[in-house]
Design a protein around this ligand. Sequence first.
Ligand SMILES: Cc1ncc(COP(=O)(O)O)c(C=O)c1O
Length: 401
Amino acid sequence: MSEPAVGVREEAPRAALGCQRGAFMLPRSLAYFNCAYMGPLPKVAEGAGVEAIGRKTVPTRIVPPTDFWSTDRLRELFARLVHLDDPMRVAIQPGVSYGVATAARNLHVEAGQNIVITHEQFPGNVYSWRRMAGESGAQLRAVAPGDGADRGRSWNTRLLEAIDARTAVVSVPNVHWTDGTWFDLDQIGRRCRDVGAAFIVDATQSVGALDFDVRVVRPDALIVATYKWLLGPYSLSLAYFGPRFDDGTPLEETWIARDRSSDFQNLVDYQDAYAPGAVRYDVSERSNFFLAPIAAASLELLLEWGPTRIQEYCRVLTRDFLREAAEMGYSVEDEAWRRSHLFGLRMPTAVDLGALRDMLARRNVAASLRGTALRLSPNVYNDDEDVAALMDVLKDAVRAR
Ligand SMILES: Cc1ncc(COP(=O)(O)O)c(C=O)c1O
């Protein structure tokens, strides 16, 4: 492991995290196991949003130029979360597709080369690569898990084997969005560096609930939407861009990302130079006065709780549940190849998925069916009562066979 970078705060060992349901507005009657779909906004983030909207009712409360730089706070908080020493390497963007398109625009691929992604990857991290492959004649390799036992391990092995001397780009998630299969990014990153491939990570389904260390994984870009595990708003994402992208071309030529843009009086003294780091990749009107305070409040909370403790909370919460479910014939990926905040529960034979969906809805248990698995994605607001409600549904589904 590399030396900690100067200025990066380590997550010191702390007492286990208790249930944080009180920090949210979730009704007691709802057992919400669907953070992989959308994270609930914590109360403090709601408060920050209401206050932010109020400010716009009297425009002088938004003070130029300072308030147009308040999104720097988001860069700082995100940098701390992923152990990045330079917050200016974080761009403020509107979604994962935008970050992936930014990366694709600044990478070169040609016929005879290949781009590696995973099978059934989230489409926001697919379409830019499909276009790139189509336009260049490069091959798009969507690596499937393969049949048989030891699915997680074999998927990882196949992924590593797909990366060869002709690989120009590898763009993968940290955990698969449908069933939570965990990809060993340390290993994948090492393989990318061996062959000189660009390494792009969409960690939307993990950052916030699973510790991510940029210094260890060393991606060229790391892209995270805020509306799931960052417990933030929709239409905002945060993306780290490393040195490979330092002289790149943004999707938009925003004026605020230019040198000396804080001098509002002289904005028509046009500047060719960009602000340093990844700021050039900010979306236009990046000083999002409504969404940024919401995202910042949630990030502060996550930093206080700590992703390692959040992950451990989910592990302990689901440990007995998974043991009991296994006794009834439900199965889950081997613990080495999944994490505890997002996993797919596979059904015992003859459990009808349609009937299961109806039972979940009737009992107000929220989770998603993805393919043949029930995707469960708990978080710190879930407690034993939620788990019991979920377990009752699983028992009834088995009885109804
Ligand atoms: C892995 C992953 N990436 C990205 C997204 C969202 O992508 P976008 O911000 O482009 O809508 C999702 C949404 O479910 C996701 O699961």
